[in-house]
Design a protein around this ligand. Structure first.
Ligand code: GLY
Length: 326
């Protein structure tokens, strides 16, 4: 078992990483509390059952799988279910699932009755190493991803790496893109281990190492004013690919893989990046003309009126913010 403590201006919280944690949830949940378990409709039902077993007083709400559910429509529907069930402020929301579940449930937790307690139980690699930690919660609008949201830290993050065993290889590799990103921006050592070792054989270690990097950025810039933007390496073009293809062609991590390559000018770094992306079967080419992505980049919330903060990596393990005029 590994634990990480996150210090936050809003709320300090603990991350627990432990194989088979889903079978020990009663150690972390309060039998007397009402837990609202929010999941998508593709989550293995046994995961819901295991959470239910640890909290007999529960309400389960599901929504259709996929990025399209980070919408006002699903937000309103779920809020209405909470109201119909008279869910009060002393209840706790459990986000059980991948990144979409964490973002949507987190946004609901942050706004319903001005804030309910939130526990993240991420079951995809992407959610375990990135979106469940750091407090960013959001839904999308037609024009831009994550454009309506807030910073709302969970009170606890419970990670069971064994849930990754049921993920398809494509979903697993999707998460690997974010792990590769951590290596690119902060740790050559992690990058080399991802390239040379079997990540699947030592998941607790790789998840822990990724989250230690995330911890550094979120603790030093919780509200994403400067340093934390380095976590957006690959995301400027990445988000544009996702939006251009209407969230249908690529998973998030796959578009980030393309986005990292697009901002890589150094040939040696690019060669290493290509090697590692190939190892995890991530896309390295897309036929779209870059000019067609510009309107999507302009809509992205991470830019100011005058310029764009582009994250660049000229040496593996070191990133910097470059201001680019639009
Ligand atoms: N996923 C990027 C961040 O949390 O800032």
């Amino acid at each position: 078992m590994k634990t990480i403590q996150i210090t936050s201006i809003q709320k300090n919280y603990k991350i627990v990483i432990k194989n088979n944690l889903l079978n020990h949830l009663s150690d972390y949940l309060d039998v007397n509390k009402l837990y609202v378990i929010i999941s998508d409709d593709k989550i293995p039902f046994e995961y819901i059952e295991r959470v239910q077993k640890a909290c007999p007083n529960n309400l389960i709400i599901t929504f259709p799988e996929g990025e399209k559910s980070k919408s006002f429509e699903q937000y309103e529907r779920i809020i209405s279910i909470l109201q119909d069930n008279n869910v009060t402020r002393d209840a706790c929301i459990i986000a059980l699932g991948g990144g979409v579940t964490g973002d949507l449930s987190g946004f609901i937790a942050s706004t319903y009755l001005r804030g309910l307690d939130l526990i993240q139980i991420p079951t995809s690699l992407l959610a375990q190493i990135d979106s469940s930690v750091g407090g960013k919660v959001a839904i999308n609008t037609e024009k831009a991803k994550n454009s309506v949201g807030s910073f709302y830290p969970p009170s606890l993050v419970l990670i069971d790496p064994l849930t990754l065993k049921t993920l398809s290889l494509r979903h697993f590799n999707n998460g690997m893109a974010e792990m590769i990103k951590y290596g690119m921006i902060y740790s050559k050592d992690l990058f080399d281990k991802i390239l040379n070792d079997e990540v699947k054989e030592n998941l607790e270690y790789f998840i822990y190492e990724s989250l230690i990097i995330k911890k550094f950025f979120v603790e030093n810039d919780e509200f994403d004013k400067g340093l934390r933007q380095i976590l957006n390496f690959g995301h400027t073009y990445g988000h544009a690919y996702e939006a251009y293809y209407n969230f249908k062609r690529y998973f998030h991590g796959e578009s980030i893989a393309l986005g990292m390559l697009d901002v890589c000018d150094n040939e040696i770094v690019k060669e290493e990046l290509l090697k590692i992306l190939h190892k995890y079967n991530l896309p390295t080419k897309d036929s779209v003309d870059k000019d067609s992505l510009v309107p999507y980049i302009k809509n992205d919330k991470k830019q100011t009126k005058e310029y764009l903060n582009l994250i660049v990596v000229d040496e593996i393990g070191k990133a910097k913010i470059k201001k680019v005029r639009l």
